[in-house]
Design a protein around this ligand. Structure first.
Ligand code: GLU
Length: 491
């Protein structure tokens, strides 16, 4: 292991909300920093201004914060190696490019975009590989400087060596070698004075003393270019970790359809940050047979070198299962508070806020086994909060035992209301006893009776446990709901 402290970074471009694939690399990077007692920093890579989406930085930081990932340095908090926004660091890249020109490792290129288009077309027609062929590399340095001084538009290209090969060490793959003649003279500084990623990466990761570059494996083919730049600038190369992509179930590119949403969309739907973090971490990394990990345990166990090179599959069922598990294992009070906030957000506007916390706490054990995400609670438990439980349509009642028997169903509900009126104390056990007793004396099978009672009392076919729900709802509201459904059936 290296003796210098580990310094790693998450370097998103401001192209919108981060999606799960991108944030998974951030999760791993953060875990590695915390595992090694090192530093984790955030750097905004906004050198492609044409792709910038306003508000991205805020959404990126909010996503990290929601997941519980903290950073030691970053655009919002600064730090000793700032600024942490690339568009505020332009002089650094320009100085590096000038130095490379001076050393003969780079040169100004004056080719127009029409010329470059024509070159590409020729290469295509002749079935040659694409890439710049070095026309401006032959311009004498003094002439090139004079043209730059005259203000002629130009980019700066790296003068890639024609001979030899370049070997990059990737922590997961070992040595990756390419022949230099397969690399063209790529652009390092654009005509507007902004660097390309190829230049900004070595400059910033060196200036910020980054030890490990963790990034998506779409960058692996460019890594030799970066290594050449590190070498030409006399910088020490970082250790590379190119993280494999996440595949859709059954292979192929992961898309929204498979659950590849933005981090904050998961927050919106009521996933728990710890569950999503756990899920993302184990999608491509594992430790024996364990599936459920707390933050602390991940920090203790996680090593970036243990990432799997096989692309992992995005398993939405596993995420839902994990989320349900986290919901069930959470302290009841904490869950009640989350449910209360969720209900306050989603219940119809006429329900008065804030909700009674003691009531929500009493409800929590009735719903916690039945929801996978917080967002499920409103559809399941709204009847506890609205003034009048909405009466379901008649056809819902007139099934099985009560098929075509509205009077029978109404009678059963009225009898239930009467039986409940006699229940004391008002407790689940007594309520259940009364309803079972009624089933016996009335000759209606308990299952058939409870189905219509459930419909009347909760407004639903599937609900939290019936007797507990009736207890929590209270005798007045329960009897009232039963009588309203009965009246509807008799009408
Ligand atoms: N801005 C690059 C991206 O979002 C960062 C790659 C890197 O981490 O170096 O893909």
């Amino acid at each position: 292991m290296t003796s210098t402290p580990v310094r790693v970074r998450y370097a998103p471009s401001p192209t919108g909300d981060p999606h799960v694939g991108n944030i998974r690399t951030a999760v791993w990077t953060w875990l590695y920093a915390r595992h090694m007692g090192g530093q984790f920093l955030v750097r905004l890579e906004d050198t492609d201004q044409s792709r910038a989406v306003p508000g991205s930085l805020e959404r990126i930081l909010e996503s990290l914060r929601w997941l519980g990932l903290d950073w030691d340095e970053g655009p919002d908090i600064g730090g000793p190696y700032g600024p942490y926004v690339q568009s505020e660091r332009l002089p650094l890249y320009q100085t590096a490019a000038a130095r490379l020109i001076e050393q003969g490792n780079a040169y100004p290129c004056f080719c127009s975009s029409e010329e470059l288009d024509a070159l590409r077309a020729r290469q295509q027609a002749e079935k040659r590989p694409p890439g710049y062929e070095g026309k401006c590399r032959t311009i004498a340095a003094t002439e090139a400087r004079a043209r730059v001084d005259r203000g002629e538009p130009h980019v700066v290209r790296f003068a890639t060596p024609h001979e030899g090969s370049t070997t990059v060490l990737d922590l997961l793959r070992g040595d990756v070698t390419v022949e230099n003649r397969t690399l063209d003279d790529f652009v390092i500084l654009k005509s507007d004075g902004f660097p390309t990623y190829h230049l900004a990466h070595p400059v910033d990761d060196t200036a910020m003393a980054i030890t490990h570059v963790t990034r998506g494996d779409e960058w692996l083919p460019s890594a030799p270019r970066h290594a050449l730049l590190f070498d030409a600038l006399g910088y020490r190369r970082p250790i590379y970790v190119h993280t494999p992509i996440i595949l859709a179930p059954g292979g192929g590119k992961l898309s929204k359809r498979h659950g590849a949403k933005f981090v904050l969309e998961y927050a919106e739907e009521g996933y728990l940050p710890d569950a999503l973090l756990n899920f993302l971490c184990i999608t491509g990394w594992g430790h024996g047979d364990e599936t459920v990990f707390t933050h602390e345990r991940l920090v203790e166990l996680f090593d970036i070198a243990d990432l799997s090179l096989n692309p992992a599959t995005f398993d939405m069922d596993k995420l839902n299962w994990l989320n349900g598990l986290y919901l069930r294992e959470m302290p009841e009070r904490d869950l009640a508070e989350l449910l209360a906030r969720r209900l306050e957000r989603d219940l119809p506007p006429e329900v008065p806020r804030p909700l009674d916390r003691a009531f929500v706490e009493a409800m929590t054990p009735l719903v916690r086994e039945r929801i996978q995400v917080l967002g499920d609670v409103t559809a399941l438990a709204d009847f506890f909060f609205v003034d009048e439980v909405p009466t379901p349509p008649r056809e819902e009642f007139l099934q099985k035992r009560f098929k075509d028997d509205a009077a029978g169903a109404a009678g059963a509900l009225e009898a239930t209301a009467a039986a409940l009126d006699a229940v004391t104390p008002w407790e689940t056990v007594a309520i259940e006893a009364a309803l079972r007793g009624l089933a016996e004396t009335s000759g209606v099978r308990a299952g058939d009776l409870f189905t219509v009672v459930r419909l009347a009392v909760t407004g639903k076919r599937v609900s939290p446990p019936l007797f507990e729900s009736i207890e929590l709802l209270g005798d007045t509201r329960a009897s009232d709901a039963l009588r309203r459904s009965a009246a509807m059936l008799r009408a």
